[in-house]
Structures are given as C-alpha cells and as structure tokens.
Design a protein around this ligand. Structure first.
Ligand code: ADP
Ligand code: MG
Length: 382
C-alpha cells in the first residue's frame, strides 16, 4: 500500500494545518534494520493514532524482577515504520512550500540519534527513493514553472542551492571542496556567509546531482576515522531569487549531528569532548531559538551557537519551522529514544493555543518477570 513517489501533491489534504503553524514537531519511527532483527532486538516503540508515541521501557525492580514503564508523548504528526518518505514529506515540508514561494523562509530539521533515520528522511536513496530535499525541489520547480507558464514574468524566480556543514563550530562549503567559510552580521543585522557557493539549478535532477556531490564531500571528514556526518550539521538551502538576483523565498533543510553526541562532552578523548560540547551547545540553542518563534520574545538567543547564528532568519519574522525527530525502535536505543522524544516535546512546549498534552508515564498493567522478549509483538501491534 506504499504511496508512489509521483503522486500528485494536490491530492493532499491536511488533518491539521501544519502549514499554518509557525512550529510543528513530528516524530518518525524507522523499522528495525536487518542487523537489529538478526540480533533479536525487541521493538519497544509504538507509533500510532497519527499523533502519539509510546515507549515501553524495561526497568529492573529492587528484587531484580523486570517491569515495564510506558511513556506516552503527543506531537503534531507521528509516522510509523510503514510510512514512506512521501508520506512524511506531505505532512512536513510540503505545507511550507507555498510560504517559500510567497517569499517566506521555512526550515525543516531532522533531529535524532545516529542511525535513527535522519539522512534516510532528508536525502533518501536517490534516484529510487527520494527524500525531502528532492521532493520539495520537485514541487518548487513545478509551481514556479506553472506561474511562469501563465506569462507572469514579473515573478520569474531562479533556484539556487547551497550546501555546507558545521563541524566544531566551523563552516565548510560542501560545494567548494570543504572550503572554510565565515559568517558575519552585516550593518542590518543580517547574517551573511561570505563566499558561500550557490549553484543555479534548473531541474530536480541537477539539484540531486549537486547534493550527491556535496554529500560525497561530507563523508571525507577532517579527522578521517569516524564518519564526520554524525558529528556535523549539514545545511542545504534552496534559495529563490528574482531576475534582479534579489533573494526571495528560502527553504532550508538541516540534517543535524547525532543527538547522542551531545553526551560526548564527558568523553575522556579531548576531540570527542570538544565535538560533544559543541553539539550539546548547538542543540540546546536550537531548541530555545525555535521556541522563541512562538513567543512574543524580543530576544532570540541565536548567537549561542554557530548553527543558530547562521539560521538566524529562520527564527525571526514570519519564518516557519518543522522538526522531524527520528527514533530507532530497538530496545538497546531506549535511552536515546526517550531523550529525543523529550527534546521534541520541549520544542513545542511553550506553543500558544493551549490544550497541550503532557507526556505521561505509566507502569504496565501487569508487571511480569520476562516481559522484554514479548514487547516486540505488543508494541508493533499497538
Ligand atoms: P542517521 O542519518 O540518522 O544516522 P540513517 O538515515 O543513515 O540514520 O539510517 C540508518 C539506517 O537505517 C540506514 O541503513 C537507513 O537506510 C535505515 N533507515 C532509516 N530510516 C528508515 C526507514 N524509515 N525505512 C527503512 N530504512 C530506514
Ligand atoms: Mg546521517
């Protein structure tokens, strides 16, 4: 029953109106991988109802028996393991596209532990399975062409793409051999990244080519040993410009560093500790900056990290953001999964409109000695 990637977007009607909210927070659970299945990992995450997630946490009592705690969280949208990238796209980035075509700014973040599915969501496995980058670009091109076909040359827009990463608080241009870049605030308090390469693209395919090229640069890394991708944030920006080269709308996608790395700030290894501290700082600042979008707050703490500094205009004015928190289903990841869900919950916490449902923790109705092994079936059936 999976949706085809060429499904026309006009068939979409939203249950809620993510496009109208300034901040939306969604959760995506990935399926157990083959390796996890082979290791016999239990699936401890139930994603159901379209807006709630339950994590079944196995705990040891004083007498060493096991009992299960159920943590329930609610979000704007919850995507289960059967959801495709198209399903996720239609309820996250797609509602933001019109805002961008009208000249606005929108940002979509993929948050989560390394291996939880951030890159799968953003990039996918093109060309067979496209991610949000390509799906969004496809709709941007389609809509631009249809406006231009109507002969409205006053609104002619061109599409430019830039792609860079932030590692240890430093910027590297993924489209220019990882050239070091510097961000500065100009006289109008606009943050500019001097020398950032912008490539003009005319089609989804050429955009994908550029992205794949940049992604290849990303894995080379500075220290060589571990994949840098889990320790850096990757920012892809689709910038619209009018015929006078003036910036109009902009859609940004951020594939964040692995959230578990924030705990590396206590690592005995000096480099890991430095990387961890930087990631910790940027994820904390990010949460505060997104939250400030929904408060009448005069001060947005965007200077607290390089990530939030370069994204400053995503947190001011009438910008919109969408966060997709990715979680792994396996019991070995329970601690990180709960951390991710709590982070995502805090992002939407101060949101106006009232009626917020707090996360709940309940002990399982019938604690038993050996419940862990049966979690998989009960959890996945929900
Ligand atoms: P991250 O970028 O968060 O570190 P990845 O996107 O690389 O994680 O995902 C880790 C692994 O899980 C990859 O092999 C990926 O193909 C697989 N995976 C992630 N999400 C899904 C999903 N929704 N469906 C199927 N496989 C997935
Ligand atoms: Mg990744």
């Amino acid at each position: 029953t999976s949706r085809r990637t060429d499904e026309p977007t006009y068939m979409y009607t939203s249950r809620r109106t993510i496009g109208e909210q300034r901040i939306s927070v969604c959760v995506r659970k990935r399926p157990l991988t083959n390796a996890e299945n082979r290791r016999g990992e239990a699936d401890v995450v139930t994603a159901h109802d379209g807006d709630s997630v339950v994590v079944h946490e196995s705990k040891e009592a004083v007498d060493l028996t096991q009992y299960i705690l159920q943590h329930r969280f609610n979000y704007d949208e919850v995507f289960g393991e059967e959801s495709s990238n198209v399903d996720v796209y239609l309820k996250t980035a797609f509602p933001l596209i019109q805002h961008v075509l009208n000249g606005g700014k929108a940002t979509c973040f993929a948050y989560g532990q390394t291996g939880a599915g951030k890159t799968h969501t953003m990039l996918g496995c093109p060309p067979q399975r496209q991610g949000l980058y390509a799906l969004a670009a496809r709709d941007i091109f389609t809509q631009l062409h249809s406006t231009q076909d109507c002969g409205n040359s006053a609104v002619t827009s061109h599409v430019y793409v830039s792609f860079f990463e932030i590692y240890c608080g430093q910027l590297y241009d993924l489209l220019d051999r990882r050239k070091r870049l510097f961000a500065r605030e100009d006289g109008h308090q606009v943050v500019q990244i001097a020398g950032l390469r912008e490539v003009k693209v005319e089609s989804v395919n050429s955009l994908l080519e550029v992205i794949l090229w940049g992604t290849g640069e990303r894995t080379q890394g500075v220290s060589g040993v571990n994949p840098v991708s889990s320790r850096s944030h990757a920012l892809l920006q689709i910038q619209l410009r009018d015929s006078g080269h003036r910036a109009t709308g902009r859609m940004s996608f951020v594939d964040l560093a692995g959230s578990e790395r924030a705990a590396d700030s206590r690592d005995p290894d000096r480099l890991s500790r430095m990387e961890g501290a930087e990631i910790n700082q940027s994820l904390l600042a990010l949460k505060e900056c997104i939250r400030s979008l929904d408060q009448e707050q005069s001060h947005t703490p965007f200077r607290q990290s390089k990530l939030t500094q370069v994204l400053k205009d995503s947190f001011v004015g009438d910008s919109k953001t969408c966060m997709i928190a990715n979680v792994s289903p396996g019991h070995l990841a329970t601690k990180h999964t709960l951390n991710t869900l709590r982070y995502a919950d805090r992002v939407k916490e101060l949101r106006g409109g009232g009626g917020r449902r707090r996360p709940t923790v309940t002990p399982s109705p019938s604690p038993e000695h050996d419940q862990t092994s049966s979690i998989g079936t009960s959890a996945s059936r929900g």
